[in-house]
Design a binder for this molecule. Structure first.
Ligand SMILES: NC(=O)c1ccc[n+]([C@@H]2O[C@H](COP(=O)([O-])OP(=O)(O)OC[C@H]3O[C@@H](n4cnc5c(N)ncnc54)[C@H](OP(=O)(O)O)[C@@H]3O)[C@@H](O)[C@H]2O)c1
Length: 282
């Protein structure tokens, strides 16, 4: 049995990491900021801590009378990077699996464009065995359409952009394999869904699974830029998303067989994700 500290245990991937570890009979210690707001499965040790105050993680890592952990699942919630967190993990655990995204590798002297690259670099130099689970956009991002789905029309740019959204449970299952068995050290797994589907097709599938008609309406990029900047408050992020979606109309987002290679079964479909989340769209 492996004992794992799950950081971000309530997160959209972390909750599946917890479930998958519990199912596999492993020990789970879950880090949350507020125990009261967490609904974690029975048998999971819940410990409070905050990534903005690295030393608050010490109790979760050394465990006092409950003992330490073998591995750590780490996600980073987009707050300023705290190198001390990675140092503390290295002082206490033999293995770390980091939830990253599709980023290019950086040379040691290259400036990071995104925090994931900075954390990957810190982990690479920290000591413990590591695996990066680099995920393409989560299927859960489709919940951003939920309000529009309820009106029967989704207005969004680039209906022909072909995406390979991944089920969060598949990301978690790959992370758990890397945490609990040998052979994954130093691997950078690009995890995607099993096929690429255009934005408009994703919306059609949502409608089919809900048993209701949901129409796609193409939104001009200029209008999308304005609306998404108002909604997300980050013009640079909106710009990078629009650029990526436009590129996926010409060349589909990559599809990898990582899930199948690591888990020995096909990746879950977007349709199965919608079926599981149908109530979130109603
Ligand atoms: N969405 C995508 O398409 C996508 C694709 C690739 C990679 N990613 C990456 O995935 C990560 C997000 O993972 P997720 O979706 O599983 O998480 P999530 O659903 O966004 O949940 C955020 C988690 O972060 C925790 N958290 C926030 N601030 C914290 C702090 N100061 N100290 C400790 N914990 C804190 C929350 O814990 P509490 O329970 O304490 O609130 C919660 O568990 C991000 O790094 C993102 O860049 C996302």
């Amino acid at each position: 049995m492996t004992k794992v500290l799950v950081i971000g245990a309530n997160g959209s991937v972390g909750r599946h990491v917890v479930a998958s570890l519990v199912e596999g009979g492993h020990g789970v210690r879950a880090l949350v900021r507020n125990r009261a707001g967490s609904a974690l499965p029975a048998g999971v040790e819940v410990v409070e801590g905050d990534l903005t105050a690295p030393e608050s993680l010490t109790a979760a890592l050394d465990g006092g009378v409950d003992g330490g952990v073998d591995g750590v699942y780490l996600m980073w919630p987009g707050i300023p990077v705290q190198p001390r967190v990675v140092e503390l993990i290295a002082e206490h655990a033999e293995r770390v699996v980091y939830l990253s995204t599709d980023v290019p590798d950086l040379a040691d002297d290259e400036p990071a464009v995104i925090f994931h690259q900075e954390i990957e670099r810190l982990i690479r130099h920290s000591g413990p065995a590591w695996t990066f689970v680099r995920a393409i956009d989560f299927a859960g991002n489709a919940l951003g359409w939920a309000d529009q789905v309820r009106t029967g029309v989704v207005r969004w740019p680039y209906g022909r952009a072909r995406r390979s959204l991944v089920h969060e449970r598949d990301i978690a299952d790959v992370a758990v394999r890397a945490l609990t068995e040998d052979g994954h050290d130093g691997r950078k797994y690009l995890v995607t869904g099993p096929e690429s589907l255009a934005h408009a097709e994703l919306v059609r599938i949502i409608g089919e699974e809900l048993g209701t008609e949901v129409r796609w309406e193409e939104l001009a990029p200029e209008a999308a830029r304005e609306q998404l900047t108002a909604a997300w408050g980050n013009a640079a992020f909106v710009e990078s998303r629009l650029r990526a979606w436009e590129s996926f109309t010409r060349e589909p987002e990559r599809v990898t067989d990582t899930v199948e290679q690591v888990l020995g079964r096909p990746a879950r479909s977007f349709r199965s994700w919608v079926r599981e989340h149908a109530d979130d769209f109603r």
